[in-house]
Design a protein around this ligand. Structure first.
Ligand SMILES: Cc1cc2nc3c(=O)[nH]c(=O)nc-3n(C[C@H](O)[C@H](O)[C@H](O)COP(=O)(O)O)c2cc1C
Length: 199
């Protein structure tokens, strides 16, 4: 019987520009506590305007990557090298923009290029307001990503930050149990079989 690993050795957390990016330091610590021995973070430029890069670096104890040509120690081509030694890629929060880019093979900055180049499971946790989530293009992109074999979780309840509509859902607990279940399933799917392309 296949043994499903309970913990990942290392995950790569890619954050894009949804307002929820402000929760990253806490999520990193939760991931380290419940699931991963090591978390390396990549921020999109938009995410880096929402959350403090320094707070993310302190929580993860790693330099954060933002640009395609960021280099650190032995990493010179981050969109290829950052996924080489990770068990999975988690995209949280996943903007509608990153869903669209990956669904259409667009790799014009570090996060999208890295996901498209990844040969490990990738899990998206999308977050957007209801109008964006329900837009036909977004619905289509989510379906394409799932058809392509990616795990795309149901969108998290989002507050409309401009009006504060949906604040009650926004302040609810982060669905860490659901996420853990999906991440463990993604690891289990690849146990003993080498790296699957997607989760
Ligand atoms: C305050 C603020 C909150 C935002 N929240 C979201 C969001 O929840 N979901 C989303 O898809 N985009 C959201 N956006 C828009 C994205 O930041 C924008 O589409 C950006 O280009 C995404 O780029 P990225 O995917 O490279 O991070 C927000 C923008 C701002 C300024």
């Amino acid at each position: 019987m296949e043994v499903v690993p309970k913990r990942a050795r290392k995950i790569l957390l890619c954050a894009t520009g949804a307002y929820h990016a402000y929760t990253l330091p806490r999520i990193i610590l939760q991931l380290l506590h419940h699931f991963a021995d090591d978390v390396q973070v990549v921020l999109s430029r938009a995410a880096a305007r929402i959350v403090s890069t320094y707070a993310v670096e302190v929580a993860s104890r790693h330099k954060v990557f933002i640009e395609m040509d960021d280099t650190v120690e032995h990493v010179f081509v981050p969109h290829i090298e950052l996924t080489r030694d990770v068990d999975l890629v988690l995209v949280y929060p996943a903007s509608v923009s990153i869903l669209g880019k990956v669904a259409n093979g667009i790799a014009d900055e570090l996060v999208s290029a890295l996901i498209i180049a990844a040969e490990v499971p990738v899990i998206f946790m999308p977050i957007a307001n209801p109008a964006m989530n329900d837009h036909p293009a977004v619905v289509r992109n989510v379906a394409t990503l799932r058809d392509d074999g990616y795990t795309v979780l149901p969108p998290l309840p989002a507050m409309e930050v401009a009006t504060r509509e949906g604040m009650a859902e926004f302040t609810g607990p982060f669905p860490i149990p659901t996420l853990l279940m999906q991440m463990r399933a993604a690891l289990g799917a690849t146990a003993g079989a080498g790296h699957a392309r997607r989760g």
